[in-house]
Design a protein around this ligand. Structure first.
Ligand code: ADP
Ligand code: ASP
Ligand code: MG
Length: 402
């Protein structure tokens, strides 16, 4: 049985008009005689609306009820898609994750798929039906509804492709593929034909929303080729695949950036073993994600400065936790909101010397001040003022001929 998995994102099913359009895309795939499994996200905006509702009920809304609530958006879109397929004379029905079932493990709001039972879906496919499966949701071993982190229907599609040994997994979205940087922000961004799992993972972890980072980990571990393309125009998209399948010619493949970060610096922290752990333990316990961390060498060995970044919305909570932390001593803390992390990503930098210098030089030429630097094998990230993002992306695009 040759199976294709088609995943539709929020904008692709964002209105009745769009749902009618994507039903036609599904029909085209059915006409190629392949068995089709559809996975859908909620209509755009719906998940956010549901989250807002939970916040109005309580600022301490139960995580398990959160998952029941926010996963309901996918129930609606899948029923509408199946209904439209029926309207076109195609046998189809919606499948909620517990009906499949799709089993997950881990905490509410950020579960991961650990098993998918295939029997019922395979039987349905054999009868000629088109299953429309809810993305983003699962059910855990206690039989509770779970969700997979924001953007998680990408992971649903990829794991379904894995379990059903699908020939193809296509992620239909609102842009034509993966671009060198966000095409909605930078009109000169170029569509990438092929990108490696490693690069895509870095790009999405560093801010490129087009694919959910966890989903790329799943794709990489299971060696699943993922095609990203538009549901609006029928054009070639991007293939996310293993490095071997790509002939590399660019040093840098893409540029990602985050928005709305805050930089926190603790001055004159008493420097002793375990101090960094004491600073970050309460933050981690309060689910505050710490990103870039830099600790200066103390000249006298007694005191040091420590800088790190958190999301803007976590700034006040972070400041409070630092002030109330009895295990650390520091003179002063400095907070700078609205900074952004901009990163260049590319496996080409492993073998090409001088990339760091070229990045810094290009930013300097444009009078962009670098506040914090962090690097890994295939990426270099720097922290800059948020209002300079556009300028920086442009400069780096030019420097690396993207
Ligand atoms: P969907 O609802 O289909 O899952 P998302 O909104 O999650 O779509 O992701 C698509 C969006 O990702 C695009 O509209 C685009 O603005 C954004 N994006 C950010 N970085 C990139 C990039 N490098 N390439 C393509 N899109 C990007
Ligand atoms: N609807 C979910 C979200 O908005 C999942 C997804 O879009 O993939 O995060
Ligand atoms: Mg998405």
């Amino acid at each position: 049985m040759k199976i294709v998995v088609l995943k539709f994102g929020g904008t692709s099913v964002g209105s009745i008009y769009r749902i009618k359009k994507i039903a036609k895309i599904i029909r085209q795939h059915i006409n190629t005689k392949k068995k089709v499994i559809v996975v859908s996200s909620a209509m755009s905006g719906v998940t956010n609306e549901l989250i807002n509702k939970s916040k109005q009920i309580s600022d301490n809304f139960s995580p398990s009820e959160h998952d029941v609530l926010v996963s309901s958006g996918e129930q609606m879109s899948c029923a509408l898609i199946a209904g439209r397929l029926n309207h076109l004379g195609i046998k189809s029905r919606s499948w909620l994750s517990w009906q499949v079932p799709i089993l997950t493990d881990g905490d509410f709001k950020k579960s991961r798929i650990t098993n998918i039972f295939k029997k019922r879906i395979l039987k349905y496919l054999q009868t000629g039906g088109v299953p429309v499966i809810t993305g983003f949701q699962g059910v855990n071993y206690e039989n509770r509804i779970t969700t997979l982190e924001r953007g998680g229907s990408d992971a649903s599609a990829i794991m379904i492709a894995k379990y059903f040994k699908a020939e193809k997994c296509i992620i239909y979205t609102d842009v034509e593929g993966v671009y060198t940087t966000d095409p909605n922000l930078f009109k000169n961004a170029k569509k990438i034909q092929k990108i490696s799992y490693e690069e895509m993972l870095e790009m999405s972890s560093l801010g490129a929303k087009v694919m959910q980072p966890a989903s790329i980990q799943d794709a990489r571990l299971n060696r699943i080729n993922v095609y990203v393309k538009s549901s609006f125009v029928n054009k070639a998209g991007t293939l996310i695949t293993k490095r071997k399948n790509i002939s590399q010619d660019n040093i840098i493949t893409g540029i990602s950036f985050t928005k709305n970060d805050s930089k926190i610096t603790l001055l004159d922290v008493v420097d002793k073993p375990g101090v960094a752990a004491s600073i970050f333990e309460p933050l981690s316990k309060n689910f505050i994600n710490v990103d870039m961390v830099v600790q200066n060498i103390s000249s006298d060995g007694k005191q040091t400065d420590l800088t790190f970044t958190v999301k803007n919305e976590d700034t006040i909570k972070t400041e409070k936790l630092l002030k109330n932390n009895k295990n650390i001593n520091f003179k002063k803390n400095l907070i700078k909101k609205n900074v952004s992390k901009i990163s260049i990503i590319g496996v080409g930098m492993i073998t090409t010397p001088g990339v760091t210098y070229r990045m810094f030089k290009a930013l300097a030429k444009n009078k962009i001040n670098i506040q914090v630097i962090s690097t890994s094998e295939i990426k270099i990230s720097v922290l800059i003022a948020k209002q300079l993002i556009r300028k920086a992306v442009k400069a780096l695009h030019k420097e690396f001929n993207l």
